[in-house]
Ligand binder design. Structure first.
Ligand SMILES: Cc1cc2nc3c(=O)[nH]c(=O)nc-3n(C[C@H](O)[C@H](O)[C@H](O)COP(=O)(O)OP(=O)(O)OC[C@H]3O[C@@H](n4cnc5c(N)ncnc54)[C@H](O)[C@@H]3O)c2cc1C
Length: 430
């Protein structure tokens, strides 16, 4: 392996940042390779907590990892920028112009050369071309979108307090994002009722729309049924088997032609990869633009190009369906590459990825959590709920923090968060 092998990772999410950290700590620090992480955002956030940022029940400042600082501490470089294309012959990534928040061009379009390229660009909800969705619905696939939703939410709450009017929220898509957001909004307004308007929670009128026959289709039926019962118990309407055909300024148009009025609409249905990925020349992808990869996590036609996490699709031998786009899959794929890439760079073989299903969990804020224990251990496949399930869900994030920062720093971050929780308001007020 040449000393200067350039490994470029695009996307510093759950998979990309974990991989950059591990490879930086090993190959980067020893000078065996130059590791560069590219992300369009300056900070990383654990995506499964975005609904709490959107609701304002968690302080984003305490949860984000600043790439530049993390890169310095872990032996890799950080390049801000949004990938827009790829030249596989000349081996460079094309980055678009970088803009400041006020729209000023900070840096023009650039290219970044690589020897090995790893794409970990994640995914976003899929509007399936439904008219009006991009114009009238919020998405919560990034920190910026979660912030934008929170801003609009606080305005609507304020109006509801002043006018004593209902606060009508519609969420389309009852996967983990939609279900967890619904519960978090209820919790937000329960806490908010202690800040001057004790009736604000009772004015929340929330409907969750799902075109499939049950909510949380990727979870076992027991988790779906328990979660739906919990949402209905806290007063929400769950409409399964209901297709949304358009979003309009004042509400959602349904398959039966009716218009369901809403003050705030969130689109949380479907999954798709960033648009340009599906158009990369010579790279096979599915209808959602996710790159088709081999069990070694390499693309079908180019062994120097890897893809991980939500932006990729992989059906393992013996399985009928591809791996689900989850934090668990993204984490395990990053761990797999971090472990085997160094030997592969030295000419060794790359073992095939094997997925270990440790179960799936959905958290309904402080109310409850439901899940299954996965296919390992004594209680394999067992159904869990309540405090144990809530703790297990919280542990997923703590494990991610520990993988990024090590035990000492992640404990310090957790302690700081607990102390802040004692002295700061529990919800975002400004
Ligand atoms: C609200 C919510 C709740 C969820 N809850 C759960 C849960 O409970 N359990 C679970 O397993 N999964 C959950 N998920 C799904 C989980 O978050 C994803 O499966 C996981 O984040 C995928 O990891 P990733 O590394 O592939 O992508 P991400 O973590 O999404 O990271 C992608 C990164 O790529 C960057 N990027 C994107 N496009 C570009 C570009 N063109 N150029 C440069 N950078 C780019 C982004 O800024 C981001 O940093 C949830 C998702 C959401 C939104």
């Amino acid at each position: 392996m040449s000393k200067t092998t350039r490994i470029v990772i695009v996307g510093g999410g759950i998979a990309g940042l974990l991989l950059a950290t591990r490879l930086g700590n090993t190959l980067g620090r020893s000078g065996r390779a130059e590791i560069t992480l590219i992300d369009k955002s300056p900070t990383h956030i654990w995506k499964p907590m975005l609904h709490t940022i959107a609701a304002g029940t968690r302080d984003v400042q305490q949860q984000q990892v600043i790439y530049l600082a993390h890169a310095r501490d872990h032996g890799f470089n950080y390049q801000p920028g949004e990938m827009e294309g790829l030249d596989r012959t000349a081996r460079f990534v094309k980055l678009g112009a970088l803009h400041s928040k006020s729209g000023e061009v900070v840096m023009g379009p650039r290219t970044v050369g690589y020897d090995v390229l790893i794409l970990a660009l994640g995914s976003r909800a899929n509007d399936f071309g439904t008219p009006g969705v991009l114009d009238h619905c919020h998405f919560i696939d990034s920190q910026a979108q979660a912030d934008a939703f929170n801003e609009a939410l606080r305005v609507r709450i304020f109006q509801s307090v002043v006018n004593k009017s209902p606060l009508r929220v519609s969420i389309v898509g009852a996967g983990a994002t939609g279900v967890e957001l619904a519960a978090e909004l209820s919790r937000l307004l329960e806490v908010a009722s202690s800040y001057g308007d004790p009736h604000i929670r009772s004015r929340l009128n929330l409907t969750l729309y799902e075109s499939g026959p049950r909510i949380l289709a990727a979870f076992p039926p027991t988790v779906s049924a328990s979660s739906q019962a919990q949402l209905q118990h806290i007063g929400f309407t769950v409409r399964t088997g209901t297709r949304v055909t358009a979003a309009e300024p004042d509400g959602l148009r349904l398959g039966d032609g009716s218009l369901q009025p809403a003050d705030l609409m969130v689109w949380a249905a479907g999954v798709k990869a960033p648009d340009f990925l599906g158009k990369l020349e010579g790279i096979a992808s599915n209808r959602s633009g996710q790159i088709a990869i081999k069990p070694t996590l390499q693309t079908q036609d180019d062994d120097t190009l890897f893809a991980l996490g939500d932006c990729s699709t992989l059906t393992l031998e013996g399985n009928e369906r591809p791996l689900a786009p989850t934090a668990q899959v993204a984490t395990q794929q990053a761990q797999h590459l971090a472990k085997h890439l160094p030997a592969w760079l030295d000419g060794g073989a790359l073992p095939e990825f094997a997925f270990h299903d440790f179960g799936s969990l959905v958290s309904l804020s402080d109310y409850n959590a439901f899940g299954t224990l996965g296919q390992f251990g004594f209680f394999r496949g067992g159904f869990i709920k309540g405090r144990f399930a809530q703790l297990s869900h919280a542990m997923l994030y703590r494990q991610h923090q520990q993988a990024l920062h090590g035990f000492g720093k992640s404990m310090a971050l957790w302690t700081a968060e607990r102390i802040n929780g004692l002295v700061q308001p529990k919800i975002r007020l400004i």
